[in-house]
Design a protein around this ligand. Sequence first.
Ligand SMILES: Nc1ncnc2c1ncn2[C@@H]1O[C@H](COP(=O)(O)OP(=O)(O)O)[C@@H](O)[C@H]1O
Ligand SMILES: [Mg+2]
Length: 370
Amino acid sequence: MQAFKICSSLFFFFILWNHIGYARHPFRVPDPMASQVTISCQGYKTCALSSNRLRTHPLFSYHTNDIIKRIIPSGPIAYRNKPTQSVTGVELSAITQQIVSTIIKERKGIRRAKKRRSFIILRDKNFNYNTLHGLVIFKLKKHPFVIKVFMETPKTFFEFRSTGFEPPFFFYMGGGANRFLTGLTRIENRDLIEQTINQMPRWKNRIEIPRKWFWLPNESRILHLVGTNIGGHKEIETSLPSTYAIIEDAIDLKNETVNLPKRKKLHMILELCNDLNIYVDPHPNNHVFIQGATPKQFKIALVDTEHFPTMAGMFQKVHFKNHKRWYSYLAYQYVSRMFLQTKQDIVALQTAPNDLAVNIPILKNTPVAS
Ligand SMILES: Nc1ncnc2c1ncn2[C@@H]1O[C@H](COP(=O)(O)OP(=O)(O)O)[C@@H](O)[C@H]1O
Ligand SMILES: [Mg+2]
């Protein structure tokens, strides 16, 4: 009797899980024309995901060559705030290599013996130490630089549920986006934001953006992505390194001004992000208000230049009145993408015009939609 109860509970759970979790009939036959992305890498088992939610951007927008174009130079790099001091790109690369080797060797153990380490872990909530994938962020103790390490394998590439709270949201909204893919937008978007801000008298002298460079390991495995029936392409492919990092100037968070009320900071952040078409995430942690020479002077440092429309699958310009509106917009986007779209809607999104693509100049944008 007990066994019967367990079996029937499992059966109903299976039916409900497919129904609620995936909006699928449990005995539905897979669609042979569905979009599919296959990922292979030497030394790993090839893995594939079949889903019409996948989109060519960001899955096929970047190639290893885009990383190589912006690789860290080998010569001296002056410290941002002390130009008389410098470190060579070769040394920063060697430190990054050492950190990556430590992650692979020690996994979660990297969090221990903090005093002995040459770095501080700033964020690892989107990194899975067991399967070694996601994003982990370090700050060096000896030099004023931050290192953001991105790792994936074919098996982990679409394992968005095992790297924290946010990645599932961005997977469904961003057409298969993960931290690894959106990390590739960080330098291109940084440059675009800098150019745009230089044309905006209001922000021109009030914003600081850390310099950023890509880093690749000495021996990099290559992920080969092949998409079929996706975004109007019968077949599309690209290749990316399975591990890469971004090395950037560290912003001293201790210099955050205490002279501005939180409400005022939030208001300014949203005004700036609205002016930038939300190309940066308006989350307050991404904006550091650095104290200037006098109590009234400050600059806003943008530490996170991930292209937000790529993460959230936004296609049209939207302005937000306050952070509450922005959060509710995201929640609505998630619910509607997840549960309120027909198969035709989902497929149509693959080729929908995108006014907020990372390579579209911000000032030349279309009218506000909200
Ligand atoms: N260049 C930097 N200088 C100082 N702190 C940084 C820098 N980059 C990131 N951080 C710290 O790490 C946190 C996470 O980095 P971020 O790039 O925003 O990652 P995520 O995309 O996960 O939000 C930031 O909120 C900030 O506290
Ligand atoms: Mg951030």
